[in-house]
Design a protein around this ligand. Structure first.
Ligand code: NAD
Length: 509
């Protein structure tokens, strides 16, 4: 079946990883092999971009921008509508490829493609709503207003865990805003990127969109560094680790470009004495083990009230006993593999560090072996009782390790929740209105996302997505996140025959 899917997306045994749309360049960089953590098999190879390829792509993108920005935004929206339609047609195959190349469950693979479809729909509506404000001028016979203009090339650096959705959050908005996109996907998931490029290229060609509006450059860290340092790229939207974000933020900042950073999280759920514990259990377990703990919004910490701590701990341990770990394409399984053996190594090291700091494991971890686990990437979700200040707890481990911490007052719980370097997603489980409102108030959670009675993981595209502190401060997707992809221009028009100056300044000749 996978062979048919690869054929559907024109993916061969060896591929070029550099494209400006319908054109695929003869890439001159190293060869990358895409490996499936599901069964440990090599899927196909991709030639990465050399520096010369990269420069050729950027030139093409810059040329395309001069034409694309002149298209009326609703017409650009119509093209994005058709991309959404094409994604609907390929949802089954693309979802399966995401699941096979990245290792997330098939349901989550489909969910990721659905998210792409949703953002297309959102972007189509947005293409008629790129509104500016009008202001009253202090000068008679003057009018002031603001316009939002296209910015130029949007560089998109994406992570392996949402190999295609993050690209679509950025590119669909950037396109309706009149920008052109150059995408550098994760080197761990190049094939899903090739598939998206083929889907888009067909729609773009049918609509005579200029070559260079949708570009793909497959490569490793260096390719991302080229984008970050390149003054021809006014906006770099980078999703990945905090380590990467600090490097990209510094490089983009040094040239006074714009960086939109979506980095790591260290997300907690507060389980109050007034929580519905059965409902909370589902949110906590899915948050901690879904996508094998490889979501930026995965639940890493549970901050549990003393009075329900033991009861909830028992429920968690029992729930973990029910978890089925195995092939993510088999919908009976709850937990699939980690992305690669390096991730397995980091998981094992984190368990050791946690133990060394005094952590007590109530559900032990470990690597699974034997039939079905040949890739060496399947691990057991683990739970440890810890102190929030342990250095390992302050750090995001991208694996299914859940830390439990106790609290006795809500002020203490909120302080624990906030007392980590990251600030992405947070939640409280409570039926008590006072507690919920305190958690959401200015003195409550310091995260970009704060939920009540749902977990930390998963978000809808309608809201702005992102977080504070070491999560990078960027916002993508819904609400007014589109403004990051445009430049604001303030216009003042004088329709009189006088030239009064602002602030009443007199200047007579
Ligand atoms: P990563 O930082 O290793 O790589 C992400 C991307 O950055 C890749 O394309 C990589 O090639 C590139 N890159 C790495 N170093 C770079 C550099 N110095 N300059 C330019 N580009 C560079 O991350 P990963 O392992 O692929 O993904 C997991 C991380 O991503 C986790 O920390 C997770 O929380 C985070 N993430 C955040 C969000 C969010 O929206 N906040 C979403 C998904 C993933």
């Amino acid at each position: 079946m996978m062979q048919n899917i690869l054929r559907e997306f024109n993916i061969e045994a060896a591929n070029s990883g550099v494209s400006t749309g319908s054109t695929w360049l003869e890439a001159g960089g190293d060869t990358l092999t895409s490996f499936s953590p599901v069964d440990g098999k090599d899927i196909a190879t991709v030639k990465t971009a050399s520096r010369a390829d990269y420069d050729a792509v950027i030139s093409k993108a810059a040329e395309a921008f001069t034409e694309w920005r002149q298209w009326p935004a609703p017409r650009r929206g119509e093209v994005v509508r058709q991309v959404g339609q094409a994604l609907r047609e390929h949802k089954e195959s693309l979802g399966r490829l995401v699941s096979y190349e990245m290792g997330k469950s098939l349901q989550e693979g489909y969910g990721e493609v659905q998210e792409m479809i949703d953002i297309c729909d959102f972007a189509v509506g947005l293409s008629r709503q790129l509104h500016g404000l009008t202001m009253h001028s202090e000068r008679p016979g003057h009018r002031m207003y603001e316009q939002w203009h296209p910015l130029g090339i949007t560089g998109i650096i994406s992570a392996f865990n949402f190999p295609v959705a993050v690209w679509s959050w950025n590119s669909m908005l950037a396109w309706v805003c009149g920008d052109v996109c150059v995408w550098k996907p994760s080197e761990k998931t190049p094939l899903t990127a090739l598939a998206c490029q083929h889907i888009t290229a067909k729609v773009f060609a049918e609509n005579k969109v200029p070559e260079g509006v949708s570009c793909l450059i497959i490569g490793g860290r260096d390719t991302g560094e080229w984008l970050a340092a390149d003054a021809r790229v006014p906006l770099v939207s980078a999703t990945g680790s905090t380590r990467m974000g600090k490097a990209v933020g510094a490089a983009v900042g040094a040239r006074l470009g714009r960086a939109l950073l979506e980095l790591g999280g260290n997300n907690a759920i507060i389980i109050s004495k007034d929580a519905d514990l059965d409902m909370s259990l589902i949110g906590c377990v899915f948050g901690a083990v879904g996508t094998a703990g490889q979501r930026c919004t995965s639940t890493r910490r549970l901050i549990i009230h003393d009075s329900v701590y033991d009861t909830f701990k028992t429920k968690l341990v029992n729930a973990y006993k029910q978890l089925r770990i195995g092939d993510p394409l088999d919908q009976h399984n709850h937990v699939g593999p980690l992305i690669d053996k390096q991730a397995v190594e980091l998981y094992l090291q984190s368990i050791e560090k946690c133990k060394a700091e005094g952590g007590k494991f109530i559900v032990e971890g470990g690597v699974l072996e034997g039939k079905g686990y040949e890739s060496g990437c399947y691990v057991k979700p683990a739970i440890a009782e810890v102190k929030n200040e342990y250095s390992i707890v302050q750090h995001e481990t991208f694996a299914p390790i859940l830390y439990l911490v106790r609290y006795s007052s809500l002020d203490e719980a909120i302080a624990l929740q906030n007392n980590v370097p990251q600030g992405l997603s947070s939640a409280i489980m409570t039926l008590n209105l006072r507690e919920a409102e305190q958690f959401l108030s200015q003195g409550g959670s310091d995260c970009g996302i704060a939920n009540v009675n749902i977990g930390t993981s998963g978000a809808e595209i309608g809201g702005a997505f992102g977080g504070e502190k070491e999560t990078g401060g960027g916002r993508e997707s819904g609400s007014d996140a589109w403004k990051a992809y445009m430049r604001r221009q303030t216009n003042t028009i004088n329709y009189t025959d006088k030239l009064p100056l602002a602030q009443g300044i007199k200047f007579d000749l």
